[in-house]
Design a protein around this ligand. Structure first.
Ligand SMILES: Cc1ncc(COP(=O)(O)O)c(C=O)c1O
Length: 402
């Protein structure tokens, strides 16, 4: 870890040399994505989130175009996470009741006989905010119980946002990874079902469903692009499930002609970057308090499945200091005339801040060249959350936090 350096990167030079291995990417194929999207479309709250074009900012930064998928509008929940949690919970329930995945729909779960069969079912998870809120929401909608554990230091606003959906919510001692272990233990002890967005040896089925759930986001974006293919996709990385969904899907869809993928972590929670720099093919954990304002990305243990996919195919691993996220939040909150505004929280905005540093700051000219960013580049960014901590958001965008 290079403390105090705004941006560090590692190129994964082997990624383009590897032939796609079906077993890693096939679970995230176009046909799976279509079936998952049908499930999401069955919710009355479903609407594709906006794809905002930053034409003038792109001109200003001397790239061909910038698109931002604005996940603050997802199901009224202010973050993309519900795509994974809702699909995974539905798959588990479907499995219990013998409903095939392709037939899963909100309407099935909304019927009294099904709800009766689910009485007493409890899902449990650990979260730094967004995933837990998504699990609590989905559990409430599907008529089951939820228990959510959060790490020490979790924001009050994010805690309350989970509790409002009726979940038993608790802040435990320890960091995010400790909360995950605690949730797994409680699941075993109480016969609850663990819905965690990260995989480890022996726990891969539910994380796979969660990653599949995230496919809807990319497939909506590609549809909204109307056939234009980005040259680059920048994606935030906590336990890596979102980045893995994007990566596996672009390998499936575009093979060797896929966009360049840039996986972005906070400098103090950079477990994928560290694993990549050790480069022995294995994932490596980092510990400590993982102190960053990017709460959604504050994870020290890479998800096993995500690691396998990203190690195999992701082109670049980047770490950013908190100042990069702050820069991104302010850019998105203050668009140039003619561009849309995006309300984006700390984890949501870091990729925008990264792009602005790479192409707008002469110190990073060499890094931009290494990432093959030129005047022809068309870059897809995902603003993965809105103002999930509204006080912090206001403080940062109004310039009262550094
Ligand atoms: C807002 C936000 N962005 C990105 C991520 C990263 O997703 P993942 O943990 O799947 O890497 C998270 C995870 O919680 C998040 O909350």
């Amino acid at each position: 870890m290079k403390e105090g350096v705004e941006i560090s990167y590692i190129l994964n030079t082997e990624a383009r040399k590897r032939a796609p291995s079906g077993s890693l990417t096939e679970p995230f194929s176009l046909s799976v994505a279509e079936s998952v999207r049908r499930f999401h479309q069955s919710f009355p709250q479903y609407d594709p989130t906006p794809l905002v074009t930053f034409t003038n900012r792109a001109r200003n930064l001397k790239v061909a175009n910038i698109w931002i998928k604005d996940e603050s509008h997802r199901f009224g929940l202010n973050a993309f996470k519900v795509l994974g949690a809702s699909y995974a919970i539905a798959c588990v329930i479907g499995g219990k009741l013998g409903i095939p995945e392709a037939d899963l729909s909100f309407h099935i779960f909304n019927s009294d006989p099904i709800r009766e069969k689910l009485t007493g079912t409890t899902f449990v998870t650990a979260t730094d905010g967004n995933h837990g809120r998504a699990v609590a929401w989905a559990a409430q909608k599907l008529g089951v119980n939820a228990v959510v554990y959060m790490p020490q230091g979790s924001s009050r606003a994010r805690f309350e946002a989970i509790k409002q959906y009726g979940a038993q919510t608790e802040i435990i001692k320890g960091n995010y990874d400790d909360a995950v272990h605690w949730a797994a233990e409680q699941a075993q002890k109480n016969d609850w079902i663990l819905v965690q967005d990260t995989a480890w040896e022996g726990y891969e089925e539910i994380p796979t469903r969660i990653i599949q759930g995230y496919l809807t986001l990319l497939h909506e974006a590609l549809e909204q692009l109307g056939g234009k293919i980005p040259t680059h996709v920048f994606v935030q990385c906590g336990v890596g499930s979102l980045a893995a969904a994007m990566q596996a899907s672009i390998v499936e869809l575009f093979g060797p002609n896929r966009p360049i993928s840039v996986v972005v972590e906070p400098e103090r929670a950079s477990c994928f970057y560290e694993s990549m720099s050790i480069n022995d093919g294995n994932l490596h954990k980092i510990s400590g308090d993982l102190n960053t304002i990017m709460a959604g990305l504050a994870c020290g243990e890479p998800g096993l499945l995500a690691w396998k996919i990203l190690y195999s195919y992701a082109d670049v691993f980047v770490t950013c200091s908190d100042s990069v996220a702050i820069k991104g939040m302010r850019i998105l909150a203050n668009p140039l005339a003619g561009d849309g505004k995006v309300v984006s929280g700390e984890s949501g905005a870091v990729t925008t801040g990264l792009l602005a540093c790479l192409v707008g700051d002469a110190r990073y000219r060499k890094s931009a060249e290494a990432l093959k960013i030129t005047q022809e580049s068309k870059i897809l960014l995902i603003s993965t959350e809105g103002d999930t901590d509204p006080d912090m958001y206001q403080k940062i965008v109004s310039g009262n936090a550094d």
